[in-house]
Design a protein around this ligand. Structure first.
Ligand SMILES: Cc1cc2nc3c(=O)[nH]c(=O)nc-3n(C[C@H](O)[C@H](O)[C@H](O)COP(=O)(O)O)c2cc1C
Length: 165
């Protein structure tokens, strides 16, 4: 079924919802690593601890996410725009010039993030032109660094509101 309204206008309207920026990573059993910049991340459930994000069905990284037992969600800090761009653009090897260490299931995690969630794959749902990936958080790191934001197609940062409550 095709869209009944203008897709660009739809994207622009969705862009009013400001989000954080993540790089979601995974490693296949044969060691192949993938990482994708994603702002579709969200929390789902506290008990059990579930989170979700969605990946474009055309993504070349999806095969590895499907084979991997785990994925890691790296919540980027305000000074990690280069990392965001690195995992949003086509590259021969996105991990070539990036420092990382293996997390649960070998999924790469980065230093200096705001937070990191190590997830066991829980469920994959059909979400139209995306796959909705749900993970069960098995471990997390909270570094509390000020986050990178994404709003109306551009990067932004947190500016606390002066109005309280
Ligand atoms: C801020 C930002 C948020 C993005 N969010 C998503 C997302 O949630 N899901 C997705 O599939 N792609 C998202 N993308 C696009 C992917 O990062 C981009 O298509 C990536 O290069 C996919 O690579 P691959 O197909 O080689 O795996 C986002 C890009 C940016 C810059």
């Amino acid at each position: 079924m095709s869209c009944e309204f203008d897709t660009r206008a739809f994207r622009r309207a969705l862009g009013n919802f400001a989000t954080g920026v993540t790089v979601v990573t995974a490693a296949a059993p044969d060691g192949r690593k993938v990482g994708v910049t994603a702002n579709s991340f969200n929390s789902v459930s506290l008990d059990p601890p579930l989170v979700l994000w969605s990946i474009d069905k055309r993504s070349s990284s999806h095969e590895v996410f499907e084979q991997a037992s785990h994925f890691a969600v790296n919540i980027l800090a305000a000074d990690q725009i280069d990392l965001s761009n690195n995992f949003a653009r086509p590259r021969e090897d996105r991990f070539a010039e990036v420092e990382f260490e293996p997390g649960e299931g070998g999924a790469p995690v980065f230093a200096d993030c705001s937070a990191r969630f190590h997830c066991e794959k829980y469920q994959q749902l059909d979400g139209g032109d995306h796959w909705i990936m749900i993970g069960r958080v098995v471990q997390f790191d909270d570094f509390g660094r000020s986050p990178l934001l994404y709003h109306q197609g551009g990067y932004s940062r947190v500016l606390p509101h002066t109005q309280v409550g």
